[in-house]
Design a protein around this ligand. Sequence first.
Ligand SMILES: [Zn+2]
Length: 225
Amino acid sequence: MGFQKILLQGAEYEFAIEIIGRTIFMFLLILIVLRLSGRRGVRQLTLFEVAIILGLGSAAGDPMFQEDIPVIYSIIVLLSVVVLYKVITFAASHSKLVTRLMEGKEMIIVKDGTFNIEGSKASSFSQQEFFSELRNHSVEHLGQVRLALLEVDGTISILRYDKEHIKYGLPLFPTHYKKINPLEREGPYACMFCGNVKQHVSEEELPCPRCKKQDWAIALNTVYH
Ligand SMILES: [Zn+2]
């Protein structure tokens, strides 16, 4: 009972040995299938590719240890998935609509030094998840960024302003991303939600004219190195 039952219930010695052989076989098979798919490696995956990988993984994993699944079924699944992958990839290379359905569309995150909140519902817009991405690209504040795109594979592409054109912008590192009271400190200020920059903020103007949020940080205009 107990632990031993969970671990060993119904296990057969011969099949345990067979599992080793099945695992090696399926492992080699999935390597061959991935080579057939034509991908060079995995860095960032689109949702479509994640779906393909999940399908391959399940088909390859189950027959490793399930006695009643003949390996040939698994081979049929793997080959079907590869054919599907090839067909959809071919269709996507010939049709923008198919590409968009399969992989979504790239998204503008930063435009002219502020977060792009138009088009995306302000409530679902989560700028925090982009902070670390932009920091990884050595962006200190949004005033350095002319355009930033979120690509369909989850990576970020950035176009920067020339050094002479860098503006005041919202700081992205925690050392400067701090809420201040704009009535007590000198500006310019940057809205902590949308990155909107204002030179002066009076009591009536406290909510950001762009997004209506009320939190302000001191804006930076440092040049990157
Ligand atoms: Zn704002």
